[in-house]
Design a protein around this ligand. Sequence first.
Ligand code: SF4
Length: 682
Amino acid sequence: KRSPAVPETWTRTTCVYCGVGCQMDVASAGGKVVAVRPADHPTNRGHLCVKGRYAYEFNHAPDRVTTPMIRRDGAWREASWDEALDFIADRLRAIIAESGPDAVGVLGSARASNEENYLAQKFARVVLGTNNVDCCARVCHTPSAKALKAMLGTGAAANCFDDIEIAGAFLLCGVNPTENHPVVGARIRQAVLRGARLVVVDPRRTELAELADVHLALRPGTNVPLFNAMAAVLIEEGLLDQAFLAERVTGFDDFAAFVAAYAPERVAGDCGVSAADIRAAARIYAGAGAAMCFHGLGMTEHLQGTEGVMTLINLALLTGNLGKPGAGINPLRGQNNVQGSAQMGCDPATLTGSQLIKDAGPRFEAAWGCRLPATHGLDLLQMMDAARAGRLKALWAFGYDIYLSLANEAATRDALAGLDLVIVQDLFLNETARAFGTVFLPAASFFEKDGTFMNSDRRVQRIRGAVPPPGQAQPDWWIIQALAGRLGHAQGFAFDSPRAVWDEVRALWPDGAGLSYERIARESLHWPCPDEDHPGTPVLHQSRFPIGQTAALAPIGFVPTPETTDETYPLLLTTGRTLYHFNAGTMTGRTPNTALRPTDTLDMAPADAAQLGLADGEPVRVHSRHGTATLPLHVTAQVQPGQLFATFHCPELFVNRLTSTVRDRQVRAPEYKVTAVRVERG
Ligand code: SF4
C-alpha cells in the first residue's frame, strides 16, 4: 500500500539496482522515502523501470536492522557501536597474530559507493595487510573485464548507452535487457522498431528475441563454437573491415586458419542452431556500418566465460566495430555499482583504477604511507577454498549475501561454516548472517548517504542522501573508518565526507582525475577523463588501444563443460533474473514488487511438461548432481524442450542448492548457466 504522505523534499540520486544507473528524484517526508520519479537525464531520458520507480519500501521495512549485533551462544544480542567494533578489532588482532593477515578476507559491494569500495580495499591492504579483497564482480563480469583488458587494454564497455540511437544493428549475446536492464532494453527495442537490425543469441525466446531478425537459440554452453563459426563466415564471405584490419589488428592469418575448422555447417548441430542462421547473423553484424554488441551473464557465467567474451571481441576486430560511435563490445553490468566496486580496487590483483599492483604499487605506497602486502591475494572463490581448507579464518562482507547467491550451496556452506569470524554489514539479516554471522553491522542504504556510483558505460554519477539512516545505522564509509581507527590506523582513514575520499581516489587514478563532484553534478561524464578540462570518453579505442596501436585476434578452442546431461539428469537448467526482483531479493523482496512476482518458478517447455505429466503451477522437485530444490512449475514456450530456466530471488527456495562447482577457466566465475537436472512432482 502506497504511503499517502505529501513529499516535502525531492533529492536527485542514482538508482541502486541495475548497471544502467538511471537518475531519479526521491521524495521524502517525515524522514521516509515516499515516492520516486524519473529524472530527465542522458542516462535514462525520463524513464525508470518497475524496480527503480516502485521498489523503495524496503528502506523502511519493519525488519530493517538498526543496531549492531553480536552473536553469543548462538543468539543475536544488540550491542553498541563501541562494543561491536572493539569485539571485531580484538578478534581480528588475535586471528592475524595467530594465522597472519592472509587469514582474513574483505568483500566490497555493488550496493556500496565508489568511495566505500575504495576504503574497503584500502582497509584490507593498509590496516589488515592483505590483498584478499574482492567483490561480486567475481561471479558476474570479471570474465568480461579480463577479456577486454587482455585483448584491448580497458576492462569495461567500449561504448556508451547514447550510441544505441546511432547503431545500425545490435548483437545481443546472453543478455535479456528487457528484464535485467529495462531502460536500456526499451531503448534497444525503440531503435529496432525504427529499423535497426537485431540478432539475439539466447537459449530462451525473450521479448527482444521475438523482434529479432535472427534468433540463435543456442544450446547452453556452446558460445565459443557459435562465435567462432560467425568469425569463420566473416572471413569466408569477405565481410571484413579491411582498413581496420590493416591498421589496428594483428594475427589475421593464423586466426583465419584456426576458425576455418568452425564453419557453420560443422558446428551448427552441436550449438543447436541452423548454419543458415549463423551465416545470416554474421551478415547482419558485419553489414550495418556500425553494430553494437551487448552481452550479459549468459556469456560470462560458463567454464569458458572469459574465452567466450574473447570470441566476441574477435568479431568486433574483424568488422571494425570498435573505436567508433554505435559499435563496441559492451558488457551490461547486472548490479549498479559492480563496475565501480572492482574499479576502485576490490580485486586481489589490482589497485584503484584497475592499475596492476606491480606497476602502480609504489605510487600507492607513497600516498598511503605503507608497504603494500607482498603476497598475492585471494579472490572470492579462492577465499571459499581457503576457508574450507582452514587457511581463511575471518571474512567481512558488505552488502553481499554470499551464502544465498554463490553457486553450489553445499560448497559455500562448508566454507562459511569453517570461519571463526563472519562480519556481515547490510540492511537486513540476510541468509549469510542468519546461518553464519558472528557480528552484524547495520548499514545505511543508498537513500541515506552521499557518494558516487559507476554505471555500465563508465559514467560516474552522484548519489545523495534523501533521508537519515534509521536508528544507529551508519554509512559503510563511516564504519570502515571507525574500525580502522580501532586497529590503530586513524590516520589515512579520517575523511570527513565521501567527497574527501573521492578526491583521494582521483589523485591515485589518472583516468578519473577530471571527475570532480562539481563536474559530475552538472555534466554526464565517462572515464577516461584525465583532467578537469577533458570532456570524458564515451567511445574508447578511437585512434589506438591502451595496449598499443593494434590488438591481436585470439584463436579460442572449444572446451565443453563437464556438466552434461545423461539418463539420470536429462535436462539443462539455466538460472537468471526477472524484471521485478533484484538478486538475492534482500531489497525487492520487501516491496510491493512481490505482488507482481511473488515467487521464483521453474520454467519448462510445454512438451516436457506434458511428457512428465506436470501441470502449470504445481510444485516440482528439481534434482541435480549437487542438490535438490522445490519450486512452482511455470509452463512456457519461452524455453526450449530439454531446457529449463529458474530465477533465484527467493531465499526459501534456494535455487543455488542445484548449481555446480564448475568455474570459469581463467577468473573462476561460477558456471550458473549450465546445470544438468531431472524434475519430478514435488
Ligand atoms: Fe534502476 Fe536499472 Fe530500472 Fe534504471 S533500468 S530504474 S537503473 S533497475
